[in-house]
Design a protein around this ligand. Structure first.
Ligand SMILES: NC(=O)c1ccc[n+]([C@@H]2O[C@H](COP(=O)([O-])OP(=O)(O)OC[C@H]3O[C@@H](n4cnc5c(N)ncnc54)[C@H](OP(=O)(O)O)[C@@H]3O)[C@@H](O)[C@H]2O)c1
Length: 290
């Protein structure tokens, strides 16, 4: 692989609320924790090396959450990268409790969010969180109350920018009446298009769209993807990422991996341009699988 091509910089930039810009290939750090997004990584040295390599490759947007580990992911990021490189944006989230491996219970109450932000600040060793995302609306808490809490924490200078995750357009519109929303993080890939209308809404309103599960957890494949990958001398994962980057100028994929080799492969997708016919063919797959 041509080392020159392997830089997140090549993907171009996306603005977060007109205040900061980041390269359009980020890194999702969730996969660095132990089995079931619980506890420490199997290989701590490797997890720290993956984070450092991401930054070497020009990645300047890292996504995490207090619930990954819990706490472990944010601690690993600080251990690997503090003092942080200039311009490195760390986005974290709150709104879940973690009773055990693979277990997630809602809590986006004002008291919980306030405590969560304080915890993230401490673990990330920052005075202010660059981007704080409501991880998911809590069915037992008023959505407006959760967002109002983040707006208040922004006013207090503890959060620079506010984002949402796992939301509908209605949520985004309601939240924007309370505080500027700079990003939306929903599950999305070429084969998983439930949130197409939210991508369009974000593009129209200059809100970054952060697709999670951008690779379908390594399982996206299929005949079409493999054929297009072969024709481009690339891997199926790189094709899936290239499709996302071409889908919208506000798209900010955060592929997650615990492998340096996969990380390099994913970042190298930034230089790939699909032909219009290839893009269209992949775009039609979701209609076939749904
Ligand atoms: N907002 C939310 O509710 C939410 C939910 C889930 C995730 N997220 C965020 O989104 C990020 C990405 O999502 P994700 O980790 O679930 O899914 P993903 O990025 O689609 O997939 C990660 C999986 O794919 C494998 N993989 C990565 N690159 C590969 C490559 N080049 N070739 C082959 N396999 C590869 C990884 O295994 P290896 O480790 O073996 O490479 C891992 O098992 C997370 O890290 C997290 O930050 C957010």
């Amino acid at each position: 692989m041509n080392q020159k091509e392997v830089s997140a910089n090549v993907a171009g930039d996306v603005s977060l609320g007109g205040m900061i810009s980041v390269h359009r290939i980020g890194f999702g750090a969730m996969r660095l924790t132990g089995e079931g997004v619980w506890g420490p990584p199997k290989d701590r040295k490797n997890a720290l090396a993956v984070l450092r390599r991401a930054v070497d490759l020009g990645v300047n947007f890292i996504d995490t959450a207090d619930s990954y580990g819990p706490n472990v992911d944010e601690e690993l990021i600080a251990e690997a990268l503090f003092p942080y490189a200039k311009g490195l944006v760390i986005a974290t989230k709150g709104g879940w409790n973690r009773p055990g491996p693979n277990q997630w219970t809602h809590d986006a109450s004002p008291a919980h969010l306030r405590k969560a932000v304080e915890g993230s600040l401490r673990r990330l060793r920052r005075d202010r969180i660059d981007l704080y995302q409501l991880h998911i609306p809590d069915p037992a808490v008023s959505f407006d109350a959760s967002v109002e809490t983040l707006a208040q924490l922004q006013k207090e200078g503890k959060i620079l920018l506010v984002g949402l995750s796992n939301v509908t357009q209605e949520h985004i519109e309601r939240a924007r009446k309370i505080v500027p929303i700079v990003s939306v993080q929903n599950r999305y890939s070429f084969a998983d298009r439930e949130w197409d209308y939210v991508v369009d809404y974000c593009e129209k309103n200059a809100i970054a769209f952060i697709p999670w599960f951008p690779l379908g957890a390594g399982k996206v494949a299929g005949e079409t993807l493999n054929r297009i990958a072969k024709a481009n001398h690339r891997t199926p994962m790189q094709i899936a990422l290239a499709w996302l980057l071409q889908r919208s100028r506000v798209m900010l994929p955060i592929p997650g991996t615990s492998s340096i080799e996969h990380l390099e492969e994913n970042v190298a997708a930034a230089s790939l341009h699909l032909k219009p016919a290839e893009f269209e063919e992949l775009s039609e797959i979701s209609a076939l699988v749904s």
